[in-house]
Each structure stands twice: as C-alpha cells, then as structure tokens.
Design a protein around this ligand. Structure first.
Ligand SMILES: [Zn+2]
Length: 291
C-alpha cells in the first residue's frame, strides 16, 4: 500500500503566484520510504500544514528545473538530512537540475547536492532499482527500495522526465509536465495502478508543452491505468471545476478519474481520500475515508 499526499495540485504561471492551489508536489508514503516528488513553492510549509514531519523524508525526486517543481528542494534536503547533520537520503533529479541547463544554471546548489547520502542524475531513458540507506558506507542499514523507470516528455527542458515507480508492489505513473507523446506514453503508463497526470488545461489553447484533457483522454484510452489523478491544474481548469472535469475525462476515457486535493492523502489500497489528521490513527484509516 502507498499513500499519496498532495501538497499542490495547481499549475501554470498565474496559479503559481496566486496560489489558488498549492505547488508543493506530492509525497509517496510507502511502508518504509517517504519520497517527495517535485517540491515547488510552498512544499515545506504545506508538509507542516499536513502534519507531516519533513525530517521523515527519505528521498527527493525532481523531474525538471522549472521553479514550480524545484524551488523548495534545498530546504527539504536540509530536512531529509536531519538539519544537515546526517548523511542520509537519496536525491534524484534531471541533468539540468544537478549539472546545469544551457545557461550553466543549476537549480539545486552544489552544497545541497553534497548533503544526501546519494545524489544522482536520472533521465527519461533510465531504469533502475534504488536502495535507500541510512548512511553512506556499503554496510549501512537499508531503509527500503523502489524501482524507477524514466518516461520521455515533450517539454521545454531537454533532460526532463516522467516516470513509473514501483514501490511496495504499487505501480505509480507520473507524467510530469509534457505534451502527449502517442505510443511512447501509451506503453510506458500501460496498466499502472495510479497515473498522476499534470493536466494543465481542459482544451488546447495553442500554448505547447503541457497536457490538456483531450490529449489525456487519448492517453487513458490507450494506457488504461486503473486510476487517474489530475494534478498541476491551471487557473482556467481550477475555476471551471476540477471535479466536473475529472468526471468528463472519466466518461470519455472509461478510466476512473479524480481531481487531486491539496493537503489530502489518496490511499492506493482502495480506501480513497483522507485528511492528514486522520492519518495518525492508522487502524482507523479505512473508516475515515472521505468519499
Ligand atoms: Zn515545467
């Protein structure tokens, strides 16, 4: 079982500044690992709001260098490493984030990159199993493991990637920011348990580089994930009503689809959404589902 805590389901330039919806990414909480994905602005504060201790993060994945995916990475690395005092945790990020983009800019400082037990460039063609250890040496205690397969994106960042992660027996796909790549995305996300789709808008508007509902419906029809969760929603979609849009996508694609909710967990073990305060009594989780 994996719980997914959404710290931000908003996307786009206007929402980024207005914060109608958060932009802090999401945390995959498995049996033994807490993995934070794409910690944009507000990630640290929204972890606290959700009652989630940032020191309990074990890994951080940054899919590309855009500010709404990476701005809080430095502070979360300081948390993951026990206020910088412990050499622990894993940092995976695109080459642009860690090595530098075409201007030579890194999105995470060399200092912060040096803090985790392991920092590694990951890309759309990579596929690997990662073991997260408590320390640096070969005999260090292993906390847990996951496998990660990169998925190509069409976005204005050359080294950006989507992924399929297998964690505790659950397959989770994440499109990151991308246009639909027919064929490639269909097979990459085929049959995953959950697909988190960064669906910026309900229809094409001439602005490239992001998914819209029409493309997402084609992707869902072909890949047939067991569930799709909408995230990274732009201002138009937020104002029009994410739940209605999710229902429209579900009816057109035949794939169960829900809109992500800021500050709430989605439980992949069929118990649906629940609020953070209900997380504390783990035995009560099933009874506290919201829908
Ligand atoms: Zn982006």
């Amino acid at each position: 079982m994996v719980d997914i805590l959404f710290l931000g389901t908003g996307g786009g330039r206007v929402n980024l500044i207005r914060q109608l919806r958060g932009t802090g990414g999401f945390v995959l909480q498995g049996k033994s690992l807490n993995i934070h994905i794409d910690p944009g602005p507000g990630a640290l504060l929204r972890l606290h709001s959700a009652g989630f201790d940032p020191l309990s993060l074990d890994a951080l994945i940054v899919t590309h260098m855009h500010v709404d995916h990476v701005s809080d990475a430095g502070v979360l690395i300081e948390a993951m490493t026990g206020f910088t005092f412990k050499k622990r945790g894993l940092l995976l990020a695109s080459a642009s984030v860690l090595v530098g983009d075409r201007h030579g800019d890194k999105s995470i400082s060399t200092y912060h990159q040096s803090l985790p037990a392991k920092t590694e460039v990951f890309g759309p063609q990579d596929s690997k199993k990662f073991e997260v250890k408590e320390g640096m040496d070969a005999n260090a205690h292993a906390i847990g493991s996951f496998s990660l397969s990169g998925v190509p994106v069409k976005h204005d960042e050359d080294s950006a990637f989507g992924f399929v992660m297998e964690l505790d027996g659950v397959k989770i796909g994440y499109t990151s920011d991308t246009e639909y790549i027919a064929g490639v995305h269909d097979s990459a996300y085929s049959g995953v348990d959950v697909l988190i789709a960064n669906n910026l808008k309900s229809a094409a508007d001439g602005i490239p580089d992001h998914l819209h509902s029409g493309e997402l419906i084609r992707l869902l029809q072909a890949a047939k994930p067991k569930l799709c969760i909408l995230s990274h929603m732009g201002m138009g979609l937020i104002q029009a009503g994410p739940e209605a849009e999710a229902a429209r996508i579900e009816s057109a694609s035949g794939v169960p689809t829900v809109a992500g909710k800021d500050g709430q967990y989605y439980c992949t073990d069929r118990c649906g959404w629940f609020r953070p305060e209900k997380k504390k009594g783990k035995e009560e989780k099933g009874q506290k589902k919201l829908e």
